[in-house]
Design a protein around this ligand. Structure first.
Ligand SMILES: NC(=O)c1ccc[n+]([C@@H]2O[C@H](COP(=O)([O-])OP(=O)(O)OC[C@H]3O[C@@H](n4cnc5c(N)ncnc54)[C@H](OP(=O)(O)O)[C@@H]3O)[C@@H](O)[C@H]2O)c1
Length: 241
């Protein structure tokens, strides 16, 4: 699983290990990753997933340890907040490179092994930003929206193969994500939830085979309003920020 050295990914690793899963954890910070591995009895594979061939090495390492991959939880991600017209080009590439391209490349590596085995599950950690769009997070929202469309599309393709795909859609989660992007979360709603709530949703996706889970669940409502009445949604979003 990716993003395992911090926040949501670390909570997911702890949850899955408590359920008896044997894991390979990826993140960039080897020391923090090692701390999570100690808590979970997992293998570590520290690597920057935007680096050339990292997804191949991670997949190979996992197959060497276990001989198969039953589950991929793709949680690595970064944010960037500010006006799009002031966004530095390298920040744009880093967000798309990490949140979208690196995830797609890893899924591309792992899924053929699952299809060959006739079973498996991929869990993509998306974001509400990718469903409704958020002011000041245009590129992050675009990357997560692309992940959402990717999940829908790939699910059709995987029908009948035994491989399932879940899209977990958190709203705001209390993790170092905001501090690291350099802009704190300032809105009063939605209120941040602990990362363990997202870990519970991932476990629900795995254990009950759920395709799409919003965290918290009520956030499905703004997504529905956005789909059914986009004009109304835009007026509300503009008025309430
Ligand atoms: N926090 C929220 O409110 C929120 C809401 C919706 C969705 N999400 C999504 O949830 C996921 C996890 O975020 P979080 O809140 O847990 O943030 P976080 O605490 O900052 O964790 C981000 C994780 O991604 C890893 N990562 C980042 N860039 C990477 C790269 N190039 N290669 C390999 N690993 C990389 C980090 O590894 P290192 O720390 O080792 O660098 C870390 O493990 C992200 O996809 C994020 O978009 C978060």
């Amino acid at each position: 699983m990716t993003g395992a050295s911090s926040g949501i990914g670390a909570a997911v690793a702890r949850r899955l290990s408590a359920e008896g899963w044997r894991l390979v954890l990826n993140g960039r910070d080897a020391a923090r990753l090692g701390g999570v591995a100690e808590q979970t009895g997992a293998f570590c594979f520290p690597a920057d997933l935007t680096g050339r061939g990292a997804e191949q090495r991670l997949t190979r390492f996992t197959l060497e340890q276990f001989g198969r991959v039953d589950l991929l939880v793709a949680g690595a991600g970064i944010g960037w907040a500010g006006d799009f017209i002031t966004m530095p080009a390298d920040a744009l590439e880093e967000v798309i490179g990490t949140d979208l391209l690196a995830t797609l490349r890893l899924v591309r590596q792992v899924v053929p092994h699952m299809v060959e085995a006739g079973c498996g599950r991929v869990v993509l950690i998306g974001s509400l930003a990718g469903v409704v769009g958020v002011r000041g997070e245009a590129v992050y929202s675009a990357a997560k929206a692309a992940l959402s469309a990717f999940a829908e599309s790939l699910r059709y393709e995987l029908r009948g193969t035994g491989v399932e795909l879940s899209h977990v859609v958190p709203g705001v989660v209390d993790t170092p994500f905001f501090e690291r992007r350099g802009t704190p979360y300032r809105r009063s709603r939605p209120r941040p939830v602990p990362p363990e709530r997202v870990a519970e949703a991932v476990w629900s996706a795995v254990s009950r085979g759920r395709n799409e889970i919003y965290v918290p669940g009520w956030l499905r409502l703004p997504a529905r309003v956005r789909g059914a009445a986009p004009g109304l949604f835009r007026r509300l979003a503009t008025a309430f920020g």
